[in-house]
Design a protein around this ligand. Structure first.
Ligand code: 3HC
Ligand code: NAI
Length: 693
């Protein structure tokens, strides 16, 4: 036995307990421990039935992801599963928490499964670019119907124990402590009150129609359907002889382990967690019982909604009564949306709305623990608001700004307590988007930073620590690479082709469609703000300004780069071609054609360049923090792991060579960051840097 697996005997029944914190992953010690425990209990003639359960917060939540890519140490999980299934003594698995992936596969090899109320089961391997690799695709269709099998294995979302019972995946639901339930259920198994079955012996009845419909659906998705399609191929093996099916599944699993999708998705999984590792991680956060939000516009309403959904009472301050009414309507509308999506019960809706106050009276913030300012993007207005907050708020209250670009050190100059000032930069829509940039200014106190991270957790968001600069991590990088699309358009690439090429790369929407959707006036205002800061050498593209000057701001006015028709379709705005042609003539540009590959290469290279600078300057702690920003705030394709994970795949030498080639046309925009040059010279990678820091 190993330290993580222990056995206990109670007369003629026994329990096997796995205790491998934090999530009882099926690492080597657990696997060896389970096999040793079985050897011991099988050899003991007194033992008639066995229950397998876990200590801590969950049943086995899967294979140990950290072991992937390393040489496997026997016994491997498929062998452990087969060993459990072949046990001469019946075994019941007691599932609590989240029985996921290899955990559910272990349970499917036991001879009965009992779920503790509130638990969930699932096969989330596709979320890591994988497929169940320990018999899940062969055994699940032996207990569940085809639709459930396809949904769970190719979709990856867990289901509740109640649903698992309905679909035959578990045999029983019980309340109570897993250790106690284990003893009770082992006795029932011994007495035949809980029926023992060997999953591999059950008949499989896969619906050919449902399988073929799923196949067509995933094939139509192209590169986005690859992972699901591979998983579906494994399920097809369920109709073969069991051992043949298991071998085919294993081969597909090993193929998946070597795939780019797995590499990217595994990186994304760890990125979500790695960002919590900050210098202030051990600081006790300040307590946030109540909060205030200044400004109930697009962002303020979303931020207030997010806090209300987390149960935090919120007071929103607006300028005038009509704006108060607008904020109330928006926030209650957002909450109603949450009810519709099943995120909030109707009963909880009333209680949640009761926690909202919207008023014009700033004095109502005298007792709140945190205020987030989301007023117009102007330093003058921010200074005015922060000076008022300084006068009104209690000692120790955190004063945060949701500014997109402005300098937090500068904002802090308006108060007598700069240690309490921080940037909490939410993304639109704030109650949906998971990213929260926590912007740490020069004088921000460490416990205020820790509070930002604790708040993100309560709001179920991913917090990333950022330093102060124009646009912090995400918007600064965006401002840089967004220019590359304008340059390509001016040099002759059709902007619809640019949109389509980037969708082909995995973006949810092309950049020109996104510009239309968020409103071209936002970028217009930003360009005006930056105009005095713009270096003389910087190339400028005035097409978007001309669209705005014509009164077209994108989707909200029905026209931008595209014209939006009442039937939901869109076509290119014919005026834009003229704006482009005029500017090309003015600047003496002879348009040329671009391939889709060149478009993607230039766009991604421009993004990587600024990402590297942000890491170089210490604005982001590590490359993986930049990846998290783009994964959770900007819709970067998750299976590519983030821009700097993808940069390693391209390779620093290739990137440097590309930049030097592009620089022949625009030596100001295309400059090699020192960090990237060093990597090209010494063969190191962003992944190496992640390990170092
Ligand atoms: N292997 C290794 N480490 C894991 C892990 C796993 N399967 N699952 C979680 N962890 C680690 C996390 O990295 C984190 O580590 P950290 O504290 O050092 O950052 C710690 O456990 C706690 O995880 P969370 O912060 O995510 O804890 P939550 O309570 O919020 O969530 C969870 C728990 C729902 C289990 C969530 O961690 C999760 O979804 N894990 C992944 C589950 C999964 O994908 N399983 C399938 C694995 S692939 C597989 O099983 C292949 C098989 O078919 C052969
Ligand atoms: P908005 O124009 O929709 O809302 C601003 C609100 O603030 C208005 O309702 C206005 O009445 C109110 N307001 C202005 N001055 C006020 C004052 N002194 N007291 C009380 N209320 C006041 O603007 P939006 O888009 O919500 O942006 C707000 C802030 O959030 C800006 O700093 C912006 O840069 C930032 N931001 C915006 C994002 C977006 O996508 N819109 C994303 C992330 C940050």
């Amino acid at each position: 036995m190993t330290e993580v697996v222990t056995i206990q005997k109670f007369d003629d029944i026994a329990t096997i307990c796995i205790d491998n914190p934090p999530v009882n992953a099926a690492g080597h010690a657990m696997r060896k421990g389970v096999v040793d425990a079985l050897d011991t209990l099988e050899a003991d003639p007194a033992v008639k039935a066995i229950a397998l359960y876990c200590a801590g917060r969950t049943f086995v939540a899967g294979a140990d992801i950290r072991e992937f890519g390393k040489p496997s140490q026997p016994p491997v999980l498929p062998d452990v599963c087969n060993r459990l299934e072949a046990s001469s003594k019946p075994i019941v698995a007691i599932l609590h928490g989240t029985a996921l992936g290899g955990g559910l596969e272990v349970a499917l090899c036991c001879h009965a499964r009992v779920g503790i109320t509130g638990s969930k089961v699932g096969l989330p391997e596709v979320n890591l670019g994988l497929l169940p690799g320990s018999g899940g695709t062969i055994r699940l269709p032996r207990v569940a119907d085809t639709a459930t099998t396809i949904k769970m294995i190719t979709g990856g979302a867990p289901i509740s124990a109640e649903d698992a019972l309905k679909h035959g995946i578990i045999d029983r639901l019980e309340d109570g402590d897993p250790a106690q339930v284990a003893v009770a259920m082992a006795k029932e198994l011994r007495d035949g009150k809980l029926k023992a079955r060997v999953t591999r012996d059950l008949l499989v009845n896969l619906s050919a129609d449902k399988m073929s419909a799923a196949r067509s659906k995933f094939e139509a998705l192209g590169s986005k359907g690859v992972v699901a399609l591979r998983a579906l191929r494994a399920i097809e093996g369920a109709t073969k002889l069991v051992n043949e099916g298991l071998a085919a599944e294993r081969a597909l699993f090993i193929e998946a382990l070597a795939s780019d999708e797995h590499h990217g998705l595994k990186h994304a999984f760890f990125a979500e967690r790695a960002v919590a590792n900050i210098p202030e991680a051990k600081e006790p956060p300040r307590e946030i019982k109540t909060a205030g939000v200044i400004g109930g516009g697009t962002m303020g309403s979303g931020i207030a909604t997010s806090m209300l959904l987390a149960g935090i009472p919120v007071t929103v301050i607006e300028m005038a009564e009509d704006r108060v009414a607008f904020a109330v309507k928006t926030i209650t509308g957002n909450l109603q949306g949450a009810v519709k999506r099943g995120k909030l019960s109707q009963q909880a809706f009333d209680a949640t709305v009761a926690k909202l106050t919207v008023t014009t009276d700033m004095n109502s913030l005298s007792d709140v623990d945190l205020v987030i300012e989301a007023v117009f993007e102007s330093m003058e207005v921010k200074h005015e608001v922060f000076a008022k907050l300084d006068a009104v708020c209690k000692t120790g209250a955190i004063l945060a700004s949701n500014t997109s670009y402005l300098n937090i050190d500068e904002i802090a100059k308006a108060v007598t307590r700069p240690q309490d000032v921080i940037g909490l930069h939410f993304f639109s829509p704030a109650h949906v988007m998971r990213l929260l940039e926590v912007v740490v200014a020069g004088k921000t106190a460490p416990d205020v930073v820790a509070t930002g991270f604790a708040l993100a957790k309560r709001l179920r968001k991913v917090a990333v620590r950022a330093g102060v600069c124009d646009g912090f991590i995400g918007n600064r990088i965006l401002a840089h690479y967004a220019r590359s699309t304008g340059y390509m358009m001016m040099d002759g690439a059709d902007y619809e082709q640019i949109d389509n090429a980037l969708v082909g790369f995995g973006a949810a929407m092309g950049p020109f469609t996104v510009g239309d959707l968020s409103g071209l006036d936002i970028g217009w205002a930003e360009r005006k703000r930056r105009a005095p800061l713009r270096p003389a050498e910087e190339r400028y593209v005035g097409v978007a300004d001309k669209i705005c000057e014509a009164g077209d701001f994108g989707r909200k006015t029905g026209k931008g780069y595209y014209v939006y028709w009442p039937d939901g379709s869109k076509t290119k705005n014919p005026d834009v071609a003229q704006f482009i042609a005029d500017e090309q003539a003015e600047r003496g540009i002879t348009p040329r054609s671009f391939t889709d590959k060149e478009i993607v290469d230039r766009y991604i290279t421009a993004m990587i360049v600024e990402c590297a600078r942000v890491v170089e300057e210490g604005i982001a702690l590590r490359p993986i923090d930049v990846d998290a920003v783009f994964l959770f705030g900007y819709g970067f394709p998750r299976h590519r792991g983030g821009p700097l994970c993808y940069a390693d795949k391209i390779g620093a030498q290739t990137l440097v060579a590309r930049i030097n080639t592009y620089a022949k046309d625009d030596a100001y925009y295309w400059r090699v960051p020192a960090m990237l040059q060093k990597m090209a010279d010494d063969g190191t990678t962003f992944a190496d840097l992640n390990k170092e820091r």
